[in-house]
Design a protein around this ligand. Sequence first.
Ligand SMILES: NC(=O)C1=CN([C@@H]2O[C@H](COP(=O)(O)OP(=O)(O)OC[C@H]3O[C@@H](n4cnc5c(N)ncnc54)[C@H](O)[C@@H]3O)[C@@H](O)[C@H]2O)C=CC1
Ligand SMILES: CC(=O)[C@H](N)C(=O)O
Length: 369
Amino acid sequence: MPLIRMLRRVGQSPACVCWTSFLPVRFLGVSPRQIPADANFYSASFSDTNHPRVLITGGLGQLGVGLANLLRQRFGKDSVILSDIKKPPDHVFHSGPFIYSDILDYKNLREIVVNNRITWLFHYSALLSAIGEANVSLARAVNITGLHNILDVAAEHSLRLFVPSTIGAFGHTSPRNPTPDLCVQRPRTIYGVSKVHAELMGEYYHYRYGLDFRCLRYPGIISADSQPGGGTTDYAVQIFHDATKHGKFECNLEAHTRLPMMYIDDCLRATLEVMEAPAESLSMRTYNISAMSFTPEELAQEVLKHVPEFQITYNVDAIRQAIADSWPMKLDDSNARKDWGWKHYFDLPELVTTMLTFHGSETRVSQAN
Ligand SMILES: NC(=O)C1=CN([C@@H]2O[C@H](COP(=O)(O)OP(=O)(O)OC[C@H]3O[C@@H](n4cnc5c(N)ncnc54)[C@H](O)[C@@H]3O)[C@@H](O)[C@H]2O)C=CC1
Ligand SMILES: CC(=O)[C@H](N)C(=O)O
């Protein structure tokens, strides 16, 4: 009997073939349950009793605390648990639940999920591109073995799972301007390889076991109140610190290196939006999202409009430059815009004004205006 007819007979969507009789070894007697294709119970507003209970892994990096703040505004402070292997600063520790969680420890992960009745998991732990090249075996363990633990615990407990991917999941053989959702992906960093692996494994678990896996490919993310964690796009955050403190900045990428970037508020809003999107609106499980693309020179020109004495010099880091040269210049995010209504709010001028204002340069901004 043709597969499609067999599926109709058992009432399954052909998009998601869940063979629950063949489960990963760690599913000791517990079957991953398929979330129905028409499930949209997260798209309405939440009462105290039906909102998701959230765990964020790797939450003390550049993005996790901001995500926790956003989710706590939406679902309540106690519904969102931030976790990491680092000690949280006081203000984070006192802002809501925090727990130690090493994603390499599967039993610890399972205990947290069970004891807190977690329903949504945002998996932020990772070693980024530049630091990953300096620590390949650790990056392999955290980004690949750690991801396997996350996928298994999410499938075992029917969690909705968000895993971020990145522009780093593309390589020099991918189309670079613009880069579509589906194209050749042959990255040459351990970070990129691990993120392609995450995209494919997440989609595999979705189609095979019904895991509600959702993934966005983030551009370089620019945040005002948190430090980047060892990436190739870090210069676009550091420039604001140095411009306001010292009036000058030494850039480790060449002046004409064009990369896709996004302000953190857009990134975190996109993350919540794709998690709340009704399953039937998602024609794919891994989407590009895009906001702006610029070079260090263009960014410096924009900073100069507000900080007239600002100077940029270049001292190129060969490893980061090679990575950047293999990445997209611009992402095509038309599928995200069409399927679940993604749109960005911050372009380069708004980004620069917001960042400089945050870094205490209101005086200079108003002098220049
Ligand atoms: N920041 C950016 O520009 C972009 C970030 N992303 C992705 O978003 C996610 C979050 O990024 P960031 O916050 O910037 O990363 P980050 O490097 O600032 O933070 C990662 C966190 O993972 C934690 N971690 C490391 N090993 C761990 C382990 N064994 N168990 C638990 N936690 C562990 C670290 O302590 C750190 O706090 C990552 O998956 C990253 O790949 C994707 C594209 C762009
Ligand atoms: C774009 C990313 O994934 C990250 N910021 C990095 O530069 O490694």
